[in-house]
Design a protein around this ligand. Structure first.
Ligand code: C5P
Length: 297
């Protein structure tokens, strides 16, 4: 949701995106891979604040600010420029502030979610919602993960990320996110794939019992996990350490290196995060909640 922040400013949360399952099911002629993925969004994430200004500006704070590019390589600025080119001269100058809480290039959609949050906040600030503006298509032109981050609700995602089917039965899932501090390049991981015609996901459960979902997940994969482990073997250690905290399920998200564990309760997730932080003070460790279908957006 876009919330008033201070006079004239708007603040928009940019949640972490977690691929609970990710099957690579094909490849397009242009090299992009066709996916079949189940995504959920966390209560942890970045925050974008936009406000009118005399001239465009972009500032960054937060624990991962140092790795954020400040030039137009940044998806936030590309989102701003793309939206402005659609809106035209009424899109006045703005100051954008990013509070960067998520590790960079880490498989949890930080940059894509930031771009999606920027598009939402700027549409509200510029009071522009022209009917001909297809925000998902604009998002897709910025990156394959941006449309799902605009949706920001549990969904099955197909195509290269542009086919989005809402999921109505996912329960809230207490989780811990762990990143060992290794930035992983998405194209490099896709390049390592030996097979790109894996089976599709089985239909997701039609009830919300957590055990039903855990059983379903046990029969799914992240097809990018083996190539990511080949590139960054520490990912296997991360998965093992999470499993040792009593997680009921562990997996890598996206192209890595962030991995997640699922737990029966928030208290168990908190305890696991405390233990992992103690054992690995250099790692990003975050207890969170993956919001289910019934959670308010
Ligand atoms: O769209 P985005 O810029 O996030 O993608 C980065 C790179 O990841 C692409 O250039 C492509 O090499 C790879 N990719 C892919 N199939 C996808 C998404 C990304 O091969 N569905």
């Amino acid at each position: 949701m876009t919330a008033p922040h201070e006079a004239g400013a708007l603040s928009q949360f940019a949640p972490a995106k977690i691929n609970l399952a990710l099957h690579v099911v094909g490849r397009r002629a242009d090299g992009y891979h066709l996916l079949d993925s189940l995504v959920a969004f966390a209560t942890s994430g970045d925050r974008i604040t936009v406000e009118p200004a005399a001239e465009d500006a972009f500032t960054v704070s937060g624990p991962y600010a140092a790795g954020v590019p400040l030039d137009t390589g940044n998806l936030i600025l590309r989102a701003r420029d793309a939206l402005r080119s659609r809106i035209g001269p009424t899109a006045f100058p703005i100051r954008i502030h990013l509070e960067k809480n998520l590790p960079i290039a880490s498989g949890i959609g930080g940059g894509s979610s930031d771009a999606a949050a920027t598009l939402k906040a700027l549409c509200a600030l510029w009071q522009s919602d022209p009917p001909q503006l297809d925000l998902a298509a604009l998002g897709l032109s910025l990156g394959a993960d941006v449309p799902m981050c605009l949706h920001a609700q549990p969904a099955r995602v197909t195509g290269i990320g542009d086919g989005i089917t809402p999921i109505s039965t996912l329960p809230d899932l207490p989780a811990v996110l762990v990143n060992p501090g290794v930035a992983v390049s998405t194209p490099a991981i896709f390049k390592q794939l030996t097979t790109s015609d894996n089976p599709h996901l089985a239909p997701p459960p039609d009830d919300s019992a957590p055990q039903t979902w855990l059983d379903w997940l046990a029969n799914t994969r992240n097809d990018l996990q083996p190539p990511a482990i080949a590139v960054a073997p520490i990912i296997a250690d991360v998965l093992r350490h999470i499993a040792n905290t009593g997680a009921s399920f562990t997996r890598m998200s996206g192209s890595g290196a962030t991995c997640f564990g699922l737990y029966a309760t928030k208290a168990q997730a908190d305890a696991a995060a405390a233990q992992l932080s103690l054992d690995h003070p250099q790692w990003y460790v975050q207890a969170t909640l993956l919001k289910g279908s019934d959670s308010a957006s």
